[in-house]
Design a binder for this molecule. Sequence first.
Ligand SMILES: Nc1ncnc2c1ncn2[C@@H]1O[C@H](COP(=O)(O)OP(=O)(O)O)[C@@H](O)[C@H]1O
Ligand SMILES: [Mg+2]
Ligand SMILES: [Zn+2]
Length: 350
Amino acid sequence: MFYLKYRPRTIKELDNSQVRPKIANLLASKELPHALLFIGPKGMGKTSTARIVAKAVNCLENKFAGRGDSYEPCNTCHNCTSIENGSSPDVVEQDAASNRGIEEVRKLIRESSYAPMTGRYRVYIIDEAHMITTDAFNALLKTLEEPPATVVFILATTNEEKLPNTIISRCVRIPFGKAHKKDIIHMLNRIAKEEKVEAPAELQELVATYCEDSFRDAAKMFEELVMQDTLSIDKAQEYLGVRAKGTLLDVMQKGTLSDSMQWVEDFVQSGGNIKRAIEDMLQVLRLQLVAQSIGTNDQDKLSYTLKEISILIKLLHEAYNTLRISPIDSLPLELAIVEFYNARKKSGSL
Ligand SMILES: Nc1ncnc2c1ncn2[C@@H]1O[C@H](COP(=O)(O)OP(=O)(O)O)[C@@H](O)[C@H]1O
Ligand SMILES: [Mg+2]
Ligand SMILES: [Zn+2]
């Protein structure tokens, strides 16, 4: 799996350009902060970054070990490798979703005061930190304020608003934000180089546009394309379902119900992605909705009426929401199409 194989293992490999310099500065500074808070959606690299920090501060071959100036983990020494494979006694990864109570947190606080066994720091990576109970947070406060000199706490959360301000104010906050297009492209280049595949710039743009701002999704999507041997831009567009842009809307505007249903059939046959097709249609329709409402009528190639547009948006929304529970991917879209033709028939032509 590309997203695991190319999980960043050094600061330099962190493709997230918001985070990379911040972590680098922290590690380069004289005073290492003892409580960090990583904030951001899933797939943004919180866990990967936490592991890199844990390795860096415990590595036996870098500046933390008094060897040279580099703060990067070497990824080969005993400490780096045992942290990497999860066997280090000094690095504890804990999911707060299942260890959220006062007892668990007390235990953690107690253990954090023990001296590290093989490294320099005990590192506690607490994922989904917002799940911790109020009592447990209160117990943690004092420790976060004056942590033992040999401990680093890294709290990660997808919901900062659920964390008490008292906790936030005791941590160095690192927002992971969204994955920027250029950062995704940076990652794709890194993977393509290692995999020795040609990935044209246009294709990288395409993946970066469709990965929903997630490094993980981008890596997965790129892997699918490599495995399907669809790295040419045409094939990739077809595979990712991007061709749908406007097309089904064109067919529905001029063609019969049977034409439209045939379009979906062909689309599914060629491996198109229904979810993305609906997203694309909604994007186009929204632009039309806005343009027609405020009376600008430029650049539109479609000539649906405002009424038609609003009905279509509602139907597609419904289809989109039922996708998750439908056993057949194409069914919600097909139903929306049928209902649209019915509505049009009923009202003459709307
Ligand atoms: N900054 C990044 N640069 C490159 N790849 C990344 C980055 N962040 C995440 N990824 C990819 O996404 C996957 C999930 O990252 P992870 O660290 O588990 O994110 P999180 O903990 O925020 O959900 C990683 O295995 C990696 O392939
Ligand atoms: Mg994570
Ligand atoms: Zn090392």
